[in-house]
Design a binder for this molecule. Structure first.
Ligand code: SF4
Length: 313
């Protein structure tokens, strides 16, 4: 109101004032958002630092009981890759029988295996179970290896890959020259890029891809399996508090990330062997003690690390 009692318009804010208000609102939103993000990151870090000590101690306990496992049980990197596909949903004994058939038929090489009909391949790998599905999956993998990674079929995209940057094949006997070259091309490049390349192949999921990367490709890519999920859940090391089925694929990446961020205390050169053996040790615990029903905690090397036994650390 003015001095004469007339209603007056509120003073118009200048353009600069409006701009300043908008900036203040945006700033406060940004600060709120940053605070939330930093809280989430802090809670993830807290979780990692809480489980770092028990996870590292777990390895010492398992290693003391079982000794170094020298995994993967395969003679060559190519055999490791074939085994990684055949072992899906079956036990290793069945895989060994299937691989023995391939060796007896003298076809355990990419070109020879790919030249077989799907029916013949399925017959040979029959002991591994789900043989029709696995024959299809093997052929999908072989197609990439033979048609995209063989020097004779060398596509431009692969030719550009820096083969010398890959450091595979340190853990077992070498494959023959042409197979070795195919595998070097397959595994050449950054771990995440190679992993994506493998995951694009039909029938290769995260566990199979990581097994190939870690044990055949020489890449630092931790393997998570049903045993790992069960053991982590029972010891409350799982980053997700809600209970998940050990067979469910959800939570795979979180668990993998947790292990990779926590089990990094060794120098890079020793870390590959450490992660290879860590997974092998978890398989030993899972197979012999941490059964789905009636786990044998009293005899298990990880008993001191059960949630109720924290004092024993
Ligand atoms: S058997 Fe018991 S102590 Fe061993 S890993 Fe499983 S829950 Fe832990």
């Amino acid at each position: 109101m003015d001095s004469a009692g007339r209603r007056t318009r509120p003073a118009r804010r200048g353009r600069h004032q409006n701009w300043a208000i908008r900036q203040r609102v945006l700033c406060s939103r940004y600060v709120r958002c940053s605070l939330i993000k930093s809280r989430v990151a802090k809670s993830a870090n807290r979780k990692s630092s809480t489980v770092a000590s028990p996870l590292r101690r777990a390895y010492d306990l398992m290693r003391a009981r079982f000794g170094h496992q020298h995994w993967w049980p395969g003679d060559t990197p190519f055999e490791v890759c074939v085994g990684a596909i055949l072992t899906q949903n079956t036990n290793w004994g069945n895989v060994e029988r299937a691989i023995a058939n391939l060796k007896a038929a003298r076809v355990l090489e990419p070109e020879k295996l790919f030249a077989l009909s799907e029916k013949r391949l399925a017959d040979l790998i029959c002991p591994a179970g789900y043989f029709n599905v696995k024959a299809r999956r093997l052929r999908s993998f072989l197609r990439v290896l033979v048609e995209e990674c063989d020097a004779d079929h060398e596509p431009v995209s692969q030719r550009a890959a820096d083969v010398s940057s890959a450091e595979p094949f340190k853990t077992c006997r070498q494959d023959a020259g042409s197979t070795l070259a195919c595998l070097q091309r397959l595994f050449a490049g950054e771990t995440s890029a190679v992993r994506d390349r493998l995951l694009r192949i039909s029938g290769i999921g995260p566990e199979t891809a990581d097994s190939m990367l870690l044990y055949a490709g020489g890449h630092h890519s931790f393997v998570v399996d049903a045993y790992t999920k069960r053991i982590f859940q029972r010891h409350e090391w799982n980053p997700k508090s809600k209970v998940q089925s050990p067979k469910s694929s959800s939570g795979y990446d979180e668990l993998k990330q947790l292990c990779e961020s926590v089990l990094n205390e060794k120098p890079v050169l020793e870390r590959l062997d450490y992660w290879q053996d860590y997974h092998a040790q978890l398989v030993m615990v899972g197979k012999h003690f941490c059964r789905t029903r009636n786990p044998l905690c009293d005899q298990c090397p990880l008993k001191p690390l059960l949630p109720g036994n924290k004092d024993n650390l």
